[in-house]
Design a protein around this ligand. Structure first.
Ligand SMILES: Nc1ncnc2c1ncn2[C@@H]1O[C@H](COP(=O)(O)OP(=O)(O)O)[C@@H](O)[C@H]1O
Ligand SMILES: [Mg+2]
Length: 161
């Protein structure tokens, strides 16, 4: 059976943990859409358009992965795509409670859609967009934690461009 999946998130910015999950998902599913939530309350560092570009650049070698944006209910966007699976990542137990709550709420909203959790490679299990931004803003090296194009954009952004 061929399953289409949606990998929703904020991706501000995309990290190698996100990309690790995207690679795993691209092997598992017929098609994987990376969906960037247009969520103004999170006060993002990068615009949605910049995040789309960063994700497209970093996933261009993966033929069955596309990048899109959405707002409103995630399950409605999944339905619109014809996706019957939602991909989410669990890095540590601390992710679990929140992810579990969301998965059950989404199941209530859309019983035909299953949430699938994948674990990143161990070396990315401590990587989060928030930590990357924090470390970078204080001058720390984030090479290897985010793709090279993201390092470049972070440099541009923090230097005030
Ligand atoms: N380093 C990582 N390894 C694996 N999964 C991750 C990593 N960082 C984030 N994720 C997962 O990717 C998804 C999107 O995360 P994120 O961009 O922070 O958006 P959200 O605002 O939905 O949490 C979440 O399921 C999150 O747990
Ligand atoms: Mg998050």
């Amino acid at each position: 059976m061929s399953v289409k999946a949606l990998y929703p998130g904020t991706f501000d910015p995309p990290t190698n943990g996100h990309l690790d999950l995207i690679q795993r998902g691209s092997k598992l599913f017929e098609h994987l859409t990376v969906g960037i939530l247009k969520n103004p309350v999170k006060n993002p560092l990068f615009t949605v358009e910049e995040r789309v570009e960063m994700l497209r650049e970093s996933t261009k070698a993966l033929g069955n992965v596309s990048v899109a944006t959405f707002d409103g209910l995630m399950v409605e966007f999944a339905r619109h795509l014809g996706a019957t699976a939602v991909l989410r990542g669990i890095r540590a137990i601390s992710d679990y409670e929140h992810e579990f709550q969301m998965a059950l709420m989404n199941r209530r909203l859309a019983p035909e859609i299953e949430t699938v959790f994948l674990q990143p490679a161990g070396r990315y299990s401590f990587v989060s967009s928030r930590m990357v931004k924090e470390v970078f803003s204080f001058g720390g090296d984030v090479t290897g934690l985010v793709p090279p194009n993201v390092v470049k954009r972070l440099r541009g952004r923090i230097n005030g461009n």
